[in-house]
Design a protein around this ligand. Structure first.
Ligand code: AMP
Length: 249
């Protein structure tokens, strides 16, 4: 089995996001970037499938500027066998990412593509579903457990109020939820080894994909700050405030 994982380079989840003063987006200059956390889980799952002997090859794909190669190196240090970098400086929307991944999947013929359920920068939660639709493949989204046997994948999904387990035929697209696994840290020897692993470079034009934006961002603003709370004297005052100030009862 061949597995492809899609990894996005995003602003590190520990960074306090600053909105640009002209409200066109968020500051990315001199900001720490890392692999999207859900994609680390995707890589970990792929590496575990390789270690368990279910997969023979694990390929990490990232679409983005030159620095996206650092993110691919991280995936290689975690255990991916090789990388593919689709280089572009443009902002790529989920549909275009899905089209690029389709073009790569048509070339590489993987049995399984694992993506994060969402990228923490755009929070779109669209790419995996779009890729499955474009490929005409089965999909198991928000996976918290994944098992592969006899050309089928069993996916336990995190849904409102519980878990749902489905069986899907391969090839398939799976998107990861937080509880699927705990990604490993790359060891120093593996970071060194990763430097020698190959990364193929390509571009959206090479893959014949038009990545022109379909959406226009009107403006990006800071969330409004929370107002300070008050301590009420007693239940009567609480009910009064809920009824007359908050008007929620
Ligand atoms: P989204 O639909 O934007 O929330 O992203 C969902 C998933 O699609 C991410 O967790 C990644 O696995 C994948 N993805 C999105 N953008 C990219 C990108 N530029 N390069 C590689 N994978 C991506």
């Amino acid at each position: 089995m061949k597995v492809l994982v899609a990894i996005k380079r995003v602003i590190d989840y520990n960074v306090k996001i600053r909105v640009k003063s002209d409200e066109t987006g968020v500051e990315t200059t001199n900001v720490k970037m890392s692999m999207n956390p859900f994609d680390e889980i995707a890589v970990e799952e792929g590496v575990r499938l390789r270690e368990a002997g279910s997969a023979e090859e694990l390929i990490a794909v990232s679409i983005g500027p030159k620095h996206a190669q650092e993110t691919i190196r991280t995936a290689l240090a975690m255990g991916a066998d090789r990388g593919i970098h689709v280089e572009t400086d443009d902002e790529i929307e989920p549909l275009a990412v899905a089209k690029l991944l389709k073009a790569l999947a048509d070339k590489e013929n993987p049995d399984l593509v694992i993506l994060g359920k969402q990228a923490i920068d755009d929070d779109s939660n669209q790419t995996g579903q779009m890729l499955a639709a474009l490929m005409g493949w089965s999909q198991g989204t928000f996976a918290s457990e994944l098992g592969i046997s006899d050309g089928k994948a069993s996916v336990t999904r995190e849904i409102d109020g519980g878990l749902e387990t489905i069986q899907i035929t391969m090839p398939a697209v799976v998107t990861t939820d937080l509880r699927l696994n705990t990604p490993r840290y790359a060891s120093l020897p593996n970071i060194m080894k990763a430097k020698k692993k190959p990364i193929d470079e390509t571009t959206p034009a090479d893959l014949g994909v038009d990545t022109a934006a379909r959406l226009t961002t009107l403006k990006v603003t800071e969330p409004s700050s929370r107002e300070a709370g008050v301590i009420v004297e007693d239940v009567v005052q609480l009910v009064d405030k809920l009824r007359n100030e908050a008007k929620v009862i």
